[in-house]
Design a binder for this molecule. Structure first.
Ligand SMILES: C[S@@+](CC[C@H](N)C(=O)[O-])C[C@H]1O[C@@H](n2cnc3c(N)ncnc32)[C@H](O)[C@@H]1O
Length: 307
């Protein structure tokens, strides 16, 4: 990290100290991300830690959750490198194991995922793409309301509310734990009055409401039929609206059941669902250890509904 001493750096130094005891390996990710993304990243990450994990006890729990989340992901990724497939699992099985599993969601999944958005290079690059290539359009068009589907940690909803002070949002998820976490995350920034968290599966129970901006980050690979979700997202979007949709590729996690090996597979589904690709961003998590070894990657797309 740089030489300036600020409140953000104090917070990140505290984080590094807490990582000493329970997630030592994660210290390098903090230093690498600080070097790569600079002071804006430091301020953004530290603000989230200060607001959402305000006490040392809460911050230590988050660090432990992140440590377990990374260890679990690495173990699954090693197996994936050999099998080149995700272990067979139905959506209902993944939902029971993860989305409705109170202990797993609170202790590991949600804090782990939230910290990964800042500490995994391709995750933070995806956030930069969202801030640089999606949110400015909402601002220019004076969009007043957005929807997010599969809110998880709520970070994308919170960033949208933070970027545009007049914006209101609705967050849909099937997991009461994700909804509770998201509501607390949004409230910790003072945005609760502009946001509603709704328990609703937009595939099975389409919403009558239409939004000019629809966000869905890292949900497609969680489904048996991602095209059904893409059609559900199209149904939520107003004819003159835009969508920000992402997919994780070659990334083994407890709840990833649909394997995307190549970005073109996602782009083909987008086409099938009646959506038009405006532009996209793609990044690998890291360089492969050996040529040909699959590495986790992120594809983020800005889409419009076809007539
Ligand atoms: C990996 S998280 C998504 C990441 C999240 N957008 C974030 O930025 O932190 C997956 C989320 O999708 C939710 N989910 C799974 N199936 C869903 C569905 N059919 N409709 C809405 N949410 C769903 C899960 O409950 C979980 O909260």
């Amino acid at each position: 990290m740089g030489t300036r001493m600020s409140a953000s750096q104090d917070t990140l130094n505290k984080l590094l100290t807490l990582m000493e005891g329970s997630a030592r390996f994660a210290r390098d990710s903090v230093k690498r991300a600080a070097a790569e993304f600079g002071p804006a990243w430091e301020d953004d990450f530290a603000a989230m830690l200060q607001r959402f994990y305000g006490s040392d006890v809460a911050l230590l729990d988050a660090v432990k959750g992140y440590g377990s989340f990374v260890m679990d992901s690495m173990r699954r990724q090693k197996r994936f490198e050999q099998d080149l497939s995700y272990p067979a699992k139905t959506y209902a099985e993944a939902a029971a194991e993860v989305y409705y599993n109170d202990d797993y969601m609170r202790r590991q999944y949600l804090p782990g995922l939230l910290l990964s958005h800042y500490l995994w290079t391709h995750h933070y690059q995806q956030i930069e793409y969202f801030k640089g290539f999606f949110l400015p359009w909402l601002q220019r068009q004076q969009v007043s309301e957005f929807a997010e589907v599969g809110v998880g940690t709520g970070i994308y909803s919170r960033l949208a509310l933070q970027h545009l002070p007049e914006l209101r949002g609705v967050g849909f998820d099937i997991s009461p734990l994700s909804l509770e976490f998201t509501a607390a995350h949004v409230a910790s920034f003072g945005f609760a009055g502009r946001y509603q968290a709704r328990k609703q599966n937009v595939i099975d129970e389409p919403s009558a409401q239409r939004f000019r901006a629809v966000v869905c980050v890292e949900v497609l690979e969680h489904l048996e039929d991602p095209v059904a979700l893409l059609k559900g997202l199209k149904g939520l979007c107003a004819p003159d609206g835009k969508l920000f949709v992402t997919a994780a590729l070659n990334a083994a996690h407890a709840d990833h059941i649909y394997l995307y090996s190549h970005p073109q597979q996602v782009l083909d589904q987008v086409e099938t669902a009646g959506l038009h690709l405006e532009h996209c961003f793609f990044a690998n998590a890291y360089a492969p250890a050996k040529p040909g070894l699959p590495v986790p990657s992120a594809l983020a797309m800005v889409l419009t509904p076809k007539a």
